[in-house]
Design a binder for this molecule. Structure first.
Ligand code: SAM
Ligand code: DTB
Ligand code: SF4
Length: 329
């Protein structure tokens, strides 16, 4: 037996993330902007569209989520949508310039049943439209991830949300390790991982630092990193949480850009509550992807007109799909 223990080298140290977090704000944004320009075309923004294909009635207790069955929110439960209806929405998204179509389901985990068979059909259909197909369906086994990969799934969204320590204060019905296991199953199936979190849930600076450190040190660094600002929804345990300080949100975006230079950093929930000037600063700090369209999953999002105008003012343009369009001869 070998007595050589494998020492894993960290991609980014905790001290480095701490140092970044304590930098003067404008110096941090300047560093992030420089990294962004080295690794990406800073005039391009990826436009993604979200669709809730199965809404509400979720068994989990995520404190932020309006779709958890146990909280009394205005969200109306809806069973899995028909494949045809989803593909018609995907077509509309494509026509409005979106290149990634993300389907979300309020599930704890995927079950091997007819619903999953229909999800596979949705993924094939979205992929055949030439769009990057993305799903967020809760926990996945390796064999389910393989099936999604075969259907043409580009990316799977599964967030770590915060630090390991804070996670258990926000969710008790699953563990951080459960999340890490699904992320591994997704990466092992050859699907890109989309993994980020939420800022403004009452976490400390230390939680944010640990969260960013964990993301940057995942075995497979996420291809995309959604940074959500908590949208406090009436009826959820976090309903009275104050909207995050925009500078804190930008600080996290800037650090995500620096420690994961190749990733797409996506402005996700909360844009409706943040001004276009704050969003402009976030683009400067390295964000290069947004969700477009009036609705996220259940909450509001700026409409196409607002975004078209904002991107136009900033001289930003939608980037083309990363996926080769399949030709069905
Ligand atoms: N059920 C699946 C899961 O939990 O992975 C997929 C859907 S879930 C709604 C996707 C992500 O949305 C969550 O991981 C969380 O980061 C984000 N999210 C949900 N509610 C939010 C809120 N009120 N504000 C900000 N982000 C939210
Ligand atoms: C992510 O991190 N944010 C998106 C996407 N991944 C699936 C979802 C945001 C949901 C916000 C609350 C809602 O609209 O229900
Ligand atoms: Fe369910 Fe996902 Fe909402 Fe948690 S975040 S309650 S798992 S839909």
């Amino acid at each position: 037996m070998s007595d050589i223990t494998e020492v894993k080298t960290e991609k980014v140290t905790l001290d480095r993330v701490k140092e970044l977090y304590s930098k003067p704000f404008l110096d941090l944004v300047y560093e992030a902007a420089s990294v962004h320009r080295k690794h990406h075309d800073a005039s391009e923004v990826q436009l993604c569209t979200l669709l809730s294909v199965k809404t509400g009635g979720c068994s989990e207790d995520c404190s932020y989520c309006p779709q958890a069955a146990r909280y009394h929110t205005d969200v109306e439960k809806q069973k899995l949508m028909d494949v045809g209806a989803v593909l018609s929405e995907a077509n509309k998204a494509k026509e409005s310039g979106s290149t990634r179509f993300c389907m979300g389901a309020a599930w704890r985990e995927v079950k091997d049943n007819e619903d999953f068979d229909n999800i596979i059909k949705m993924v094939k259909g979205v992929s055949d439209l030439g769009l990057e197909a993305c799903c967020t369906l809760g926990m996945l086994t390796k064999s389910q991830a393989d099936k999604l990969a075969d259907a043409g799934l580009t990316a799977y969204n599964h967030n770590l949300d915060s630090s390991d320590g804070f996670y258990s204060e926000i969710i008790t019905t699953r563990t951080y390790q459960d999340r890490l296991n699904t992320l591994k199953n997704v990466a092992d199936a050859g699907i890109s991982t989309c993994c980020g979190g939420i800022i403004g849930m009452g976490e400390t600076e230390d939680d944010r630092i640990k969260f960013l450190h964990t993301l940057a040190n995942l075995d497979t660094v996420p291809e995309s990193v959604p940074i959500n600002a908590l949208v406090p929804v009436e009826g959820t345990p976090l309903e009275n949480q104050k909207m995050v300080d925009p500078f804190d949100w930008i600080r996290v975006i800037a650090i995500a850009r620096i420690v994961m230079p190749e990733a797409m950093v996506r402005l996700s929930a909360g844009r409706l509550q943040l001004s276009k000037e704050v969003q402009a600063f976030a683009f400067m700090a390295g964000a290069n992807s947004i969700f477009t369209g009036e609705k996220l999953l259940t909450t509001g999002n700026p409409d196409y007109e607002f975004d078209t105008k904002m991107l136009g003012t900033l001289g930003l343009k939608g980037r083309v799909s990363n996926k080769k369009i399949r030709i069905n001869a």
